[in-house]
Ligand binder design. Structure first.
Ligand SMILES: Nc1ncnc2c1ncn2[C@@H]1O[C@H](COP(=O)(O)OP(=O)(O)OP(=O)(O)O)[C@@H](O)[C@H]1O
Ligand SMILES: [Mg+2]
Length: 237
C-alpha cells in the first residue's frame, strides 16, 4: 500500500499455525497488511477467521509461524519474549473484551498500575492517572473498584489505562462485546475522541456493524486471509 504516513506495523505474508496434539489449525494463511499512524481500523470477519490471532501478532503477544511482522520497526521473530514484553509495555495499549481491570484495585489504581510498571514514581503516576480519568470524564469513578462500575464504565476505565502511557497504538479485541448498545456507543465515542483529538491510532475487532460504522478503514478476514481492505467515510458521531 502506498501511503505517506508512517507504517506503525508491517505484516508481510504472515502465517500462524497452532498445533494441538496431532491437530494443526492454520489460523492465518498469508496476511499482508500495513497499519498506519492515524488509522481507526476495524477488523471484521466470521468467528474463527483469525481476528484475535492477528491482533495478538500486531500487539507482540505472539509470533508468526511464517512471514514477517514488524511492530514499530522491530521484527517480532528476532525478539526475545522479554523484549516483546518491553515493547508492549512502552509502546502499545490494550483493551480486551472483559475482565480487563484488576478487581482489587480502584479505577485510578488500575490506571496507575501500568505507569508503575513503566517506572513512574508514586506521585507522578497518581497525578497522571487522575489527569487521564478527568480528561475522559471519569474523575468521579476514580475510587471505585471494578465491581462497583457498570460494564461500560469498566471499559472506559480500561481505555483510560490503555492510553495513560501515551502509546503509539492501541489494540482492542471486541471491546464492546459485553456492552449494551448505549455503552458501546459511549465507548466508541471515547475512542474516536482520542483518535481525533489526541492522535491515538486504534485497531479493534468487532462483530457489531454499529461499531464498524465508526471506523475509517475496515479489514475483513475470511479463513485466515484478508478478503478486503477498504478506507471509508465514517458515519457521523
Ligand atoms: N491457542 C490456540 N490453539 C489452537 N487453535 C487456536 C488457538 N487460538 C486460535 N485458534 C484457532 O485459530 C482460528 C482463528 O481463531 P481466532 O481466535 O483468531 O478467531 P477470531 O476471528 O478472533 O474469532 P472470534 O470472532 O470468535 O473471536 C480458529 O480456528 C481457532 O480455533
Ligand atoms: Mg476473537
Amino acid at each position: 500500500m502506498n501511503d505517506a504516513r508512517d507504517a506503525l506495523v508491517v505484516v508481510e505474508d504472515a502465517t500462524k499455525t497452532f498445533t494441538t496434539g496431532r491437530l494443526e489449525v492454520r489460523a492465518l494463511r498469508g496476511i499482508s497488511l500495513e497499519i498506519h499512524e492515524g488509522d481507526f481500523l476495524a477488523l471484521v470477519g466470521p468467528s474463527g477467521s483469525g481476528k484475535t490471532t492477528l491482533l495478538n501478532l500486531v500487539g507482540a503477544l505472539d509470533r508468526p509461524t511464517g512471514g514477517v511482522v514488524r511492530v514499530l520497526g522491530r521484527d517480532l521473530s528476532t525478539m526475545k519474549k522479554s523484549a516483546r514484553a518491553e515493547l508492549r509495555l512502552r509502546e502499545l495499549g490494550f483493551v480486551f473484551q472483559a475482565y480487563n481491570l484488576v478487581p482489587v484495585l480502584t479505577a485510578v489504581e488500575n490506571v496507575e498500575f501500568v505507569l508503575e510498571l513503566q517506572g513512574l514514581g508514586a506521585s507522578a503516576r497518581r497525578s497522571r492517572a487522575l489527569e487521564v480519568l478527568a480528561e475522559l470524564g471519569l474523575a468521579e469513578l476514580a475510587d471505585r473498584r471494578p465491581n462497583e462500575l457498570s460494564g461500560g464504565q469498566q471499559q472506559r476505565v480500561a481505555v483510560a489505562r490503555a492510553i495513560a502511557a501515551r502509546p503509539k497504538l492501541v489494540l482492542a479485541d471486541e471491546p464492546t462485546a459485553n456492552l449494551d448498545g448505549a455503552s458501546a456507543e459511549q465507548l466508541m465515542a471515547l475512542m474516536r475522541r482520542l483518535h481525533d483529538e489526541h492522535d491515538v491510532t486504534f485497531v479493534f475487532s468487532t462483530h457489531d456493524p454499529r461499531v464498524v460504522a465508526h471506523a475509517t478503514r475496515v479489514v475483513t478476514l475470511v479463513d485466515g486471509k484478508v478478503s478486503s481492505d477498504v478506507e471509508k467515510e465514517r458515519d457521523a458521531a
